[in-house]
Design a protein around this ligand. Structure first.
Ligand SMILES: NC(=O)C1=CN([C@@H]2O[C@H](COP(=O)(O)OP(=O)(O)OC[C@H]3O[C@@H](n4cnc5c(N)ncnc54)[C@H](OP(=O)(O)O)[C@@H]3O)[C@@H](O)[C@H]2O)C=CC1
Ligand SMILES: O=C(O)CCC(=O)C(=O)O
Length: 480
């Protein structure tokens, strides 16, 4: 089936009359087709968002919230179907696909609820007769460029705050996972959102994304994806006077101290590294274990990894599905080959032998043992199911290894020592810290983002989302 762009409240064909195939990551079959749009299409979408902005901005917060709430209801009715479509195109398990859809619904509900929250403050003036207060002003049409790894949650966590605070939206979804964003647009359409308030243009990032960054009618860009593209967009957008928010890579450590509950630590490592096939910016990619329990941890980690079912993500007992695409699998396999040169391969290291998995984009869960962090697999984001396992003499050395990275998104420590847990919370260079829980995961009402080379600009989600999607206006109101 062919799907269309959503522009100015209508499903519109691309001016190119050309379509890209959306493939199943399980077997490479064509699921459906999405527009390979042109600059002309995105310019139409930007014009619609510009036209719709004044009226949308003028609506009360509660009236805007109505559409978010309604879209959430539409998605709720179809959560299983949407989750299944997500799994088909992205490859994460069905439980994760449906779970992510429910997460998108919660995000819509959370930001609808923000319509009831204060959005400014009253500040005492030096003059008795002056009232000083602040308001939040939307920016205008905003451009959202999103990744394929959370194809429904990430677009929604950018769209929902953008809309509730009075901005209009043009979104360019990742080419590899368009159907998930189609479902969001359909939900807003069924909710009856006014034409032009949300627009979606499918097509190549280098064309559609680039025009969003360049076009002077787009006032801000929120991006999730690679560091390479993120930094390029940042430079271009800032030089055109736009606000920019970037969510990029991670090389997240799980530190396991000698006093940790070892079974729990193994479970956190396996889930953090292998769920969603490791395709999360918050995935556990380095596991740093104190030497007292290192050998036992390694043995149990390998045993647990051997027990995982790798296979069709639509089957209920599957733990790990395929990579999203052939090219993503090639990148992961290339990094694994690098790893074989620089480290000791303990488990996995290739494509699963199962004849039923040869048409899809599968990789084995893989464990490497390293004696230092010089290796590329310890330094670069792999975005696949690969653990770099390191031994540390003590807490201090584990902390030093954990911080020895250009990234700083999330980090976790497994310990029952409250004092060391508190030290870790203060000393680890990461935007999000977990104690006895996995490096991945984010709640909708909580800010999300990192430090160092992981993120830039105001944090996404939760109470901090307003920082990016609005500007502060200060009012001096004199009674005379
Ligand atoms: N931190 C994270 O959450 C993520 C990190 N990554 C990392 O990035 C690597 C590559 O993944 P990939 O999906 O290619 O990431 P990219 O950074 O290439 O893509 C992210 C988004 O940016 C768009 N884009 C690409 N080029 C441009 C451009 N010149 N101007 C504007 N927009 C552009 C893409 O469109 P299109 O899809 O059409 O190319 C997509 O919508 C992964 O292997 C992983 O390491 C990837 C996804 C998420
Ligand atoms: O950890 C999560 O659940 C969110 C991760 C994420 O946003 C990402 O990988 O881009």
């Amino acid at each position: 089936m062919r799907y269309l762009n959503y522009i100015d409240g209508q499903w519109q064909e691309p001016s190119s009359d050309s379509y890209n195939k959306n493939l199943s990551s399980h077997n490479g079959e064509v699921i459906d087709e999405f527009p390979a749009s042109t600059v002309e299409d995105v310019q139409k979408a930007i014009a619609a968002a510009k036209e719709a902005f004044p009226a949308w901005k003028k609506l009360s917060y509660q009236k805007r919230a109505f559409y978010l709430q309604k879209a959430a209801e539409v998605l709720k009715e179809k959560a299983e179907e949407v989750g299944r479509d997500l799994t088909l195109e992205e490859g994460k398990t069905l439980a994760e696909g449906i779970g992510e859809t429910r997460r998108a619904i919660s995000i819509l509900e959370y930001f609808a609820g923000e319509a009831m929250q204060p959005v400014g403050s009253v500040i005492p003036s030096v003059n008795e007769e002056t009232m000083v207060y602040t308001k939040r002003i939307p920016l205008g049409p905003v451009g959202l460029i999103t990744s394929w790894n959370f194809p429904i949650a990430i677009p929604v966590w950018k769209m929902a705050p953008a809309l509730i605070y009075g901005n209009t939206v043009v979104i360019k979804p990742a080419d590899l996972t368009p159907k998930s964003v189609y479902h969001i647009m359909n939900a807003f359409h069924e909710a009856g959102i006014p034409p032009g308030v949300v627009n979606c243009v499918f097509g190549p990032g280098s064309v559609i994304g680039a025009e969003l960054v360049e076009n002077s009618d787009i006032k801000a860009i929120s991006f999730t994806g690679s560091n390479q593209v993120g930094r390029m967009i940042q430079e271009q957008a800032i030089s055109r006077g736009k606000k920019v928010q970037l969510e990029m890579g991670g090389k997240n450590p799980l530190v396991v101290l000698a006093d940790a509950d070892i079974n729990r630590a193994v479970e956190l490592a396996v889930k953090g590294a292998f769920m969603s096939t490791g395709q999360k910016c918050t995935a556990t990619s380095r596991v740093i274990v104190e030497e007292g329990i290192y050998e036992e941890f390694l043995t149990r980690l390998v045993e647990r990894t051997q027990s995982l079912k790798i296979g069709n993500p639509l089957e209920e007992d599957t733990f790990m599905g395929p990579c999203v695409s052939e090219s993503q699998r090639e990148k992961v396999l290339a990094m694994i080959e690098e790893g074989k040169k620089e480290a000791t391969l303990i488990y996995g290291g290739g494509i699963p032998a199962d004849p039923g998995l040869q048409e899809g984009f599968y990789v084995q869960p893989t464990i490497f043992e390293l004696s230092s962090q010089e290796a590329r697999i310890a330094r670069e984001e792999i975005f696949g199911p690969v653990i770099a396992l390191l031994k540390a003499k003590n807490y201090q050395e584990a902390l030093q290894l954990a911080n020895d990275t250009e990234f700083g998104l999330s980090a976790s420590i497994c310990t029952n020592n409250l004092s060391l847990a508190q030290q870790f919370i203060d000393q680890i260079e990461a935007g999000m810290v977990h104690v006895n829980s996995e490096t991945s995961g984010a709640e909708p009402q909580v800010s999300f983002g990192g430090v160092k080379n992981s993120s830039d600009g105001p944090r996404e989600q939760g109470k901090t989302a307003i920082e990016f999607y609005t500007q502060v206006k200060v009012i001096y109101l004199d009674q005379h």
